[in-house]
Design a protein around this ligand. Structure first.
Ligand code: HXC
Ligand code: NAP
Length: 291
């Protein structure tokens, strides 16, 4: 069931949604589902060729309308250009999905200052640029709207070896909660999703190169013993953008099969204890009672 579409067919009918990083991976999966639910779509990222190819695949699969506009989210003027093109094509924009990201694994002390700021610029400054440009427009036009930010679970736990990404995603989460309050009075809802592991070429090649994918098999870190399916993320994103989620504002929803909690609970490692040893352990703990 979890890999099946969830919402009714017209759930996003007439809405125009802009997805950054919409040409690949999770952005592409979410965008394809939004189209199936009746939305118009604008996808943006740096690589025009990738966007064009994805847009034509999406239109063929769904019969919807997709505008591809290349843009580096680090550049505010380019973001303003995306907004202008979206309005020219569809008349209005209803939702912004901040999904573009950059990331690599590295011990932090090996990173140059430029490497660190490259990730901050894509993830934090890029999300800020988009949210600011679109928010100013919506407020000026007195138009209600919604922003959905894709973060990670280490936005709230932190994580070794991806420190620039953790800092940037933590900042995006702070922006989510701050603007939910500040812009709520304009009818702008701001929410976030914190996905656990959802295999994509972009993430896996950069974060699990070589045989790391086998050695550091994500599904073993997840209590449900599987990775995420793109459709289940798309279901959640579509719901949060839709009017059915009209009273959800300032929320971050984790969709990770319990992964981050698995790492957090002090005794969680006891799952390694074989069933037959629990009889002996019980006897020992019971006999310790009276001493
Ligand atoms: C150390 C590195 C590096 C690496 C690049 N740099 N790769 N440092 N380890 N692997 C350094 C460079 O040497 C340079 O610093 C600086 O970073 C900028 O590099 P550029 O290549 O010029 O940057 P740019 O072309 O803007 O590319 C950005 C990128 C690239 C992040 C480096 O990988 C990219 O475009 N990524 C986009 C897609 C992506 O990353 N997707 C994954 C998202 S997954 P110097 O000092 O030499 O100039 C994700 C999932 C999280 O977030 C959770 C998963 C479970
Ligand atoms: P992905 O396919 O590599 O997606 C990243 C996208 O960002 C690409 O389309 C890339 O396109 C775009 N991008 C990068 N830099 C950009 C820039 N400067 N300006 C505009 N666009 C830029 O990886 P993904 O796994 O689908 O990740 C999507 C989102 O999910 C990210 O926010 C990521 O942090 C988050 N996430 C993923 C996982 C997972 O398990 N996959 C887990 C937690 C969170 P261009 O190269 O064309 O610019």
């Amino acid at each position: 069931m979890f890999n099946q579409p969830m919402l009714r067919d017209d759930a996003l009918k007439g809405k125009t949604i802009v997805i950054t990083g919409g040409g690949t991976g999770l952005g592409k999966a979410m965008g394809t589902y939004f189209l199936k639910l009746g939305a118009n779509l604008v996808i943006t990222s740096r690589k025009a060729e990738v966007l064009k190819k994805t847009a034509s695949e999406m239109e063929k699969e769904t019969g919807g309308k997709v505008l591809a506009v290349s843009c580096d989210v680090r550049e505010y003027e380019q973001v303003e250009h995306v907004l202008a093109e979206a309005i020219k094509a569809f008349g209005r924009v209803d939702s912004l999905l901040n999904n573009a990201a950059g990331n690599f694994i590295s011990p932090t002390e090996r990173l140059s200052a430029n490497a660190f700021s490259t990730i901050i610029d894509i993830v934090l400054k890029g999300s800020v640029n988009c949210t600011l440009a679109f928010g100013k427009h919506w407020i000026k036009e007195k138009q209600s709207a919604s922003v959905l930010n894709i973060v990670t679970t280490y936005a709230f736990t932190g994580s070794a070896y991806v420190v620039p990404s953790a800092c940037a995603k933590g900042g995006v989460l702070a922006m989510t909660r701050s603007l939910a309050v500040e812009w709520g009075r304009y009818g702008i809802r701001t929410n976030a999703i914190a996905p656990g592991p959802f295999p994509t070429k972009g993430a896996w090649e950069r974060l699990l190169p070589g045989d790391l994918a086998e050695k550091f098999d994500f599904k073993n870190r997840v209590p449900l013993k599987r990775v995420g399916d793109h459709q289940e993320l798309a279901n959640l994103a579509a719901f949060l953008i839709s009017d059915f989620a009209g009273y959800i504002n300032g929320e971050v929803i984790t969709i990770d099969g319990g992964e981050w909690l698995q790492g957090a609970g002090q005794f969680n490692g006891l799952e390694a204890v074989p069933d037959e040893m629990w009889d002996a352990f019980e006897q020992m703990t019971r006999s310790a009672k009276g001493s």
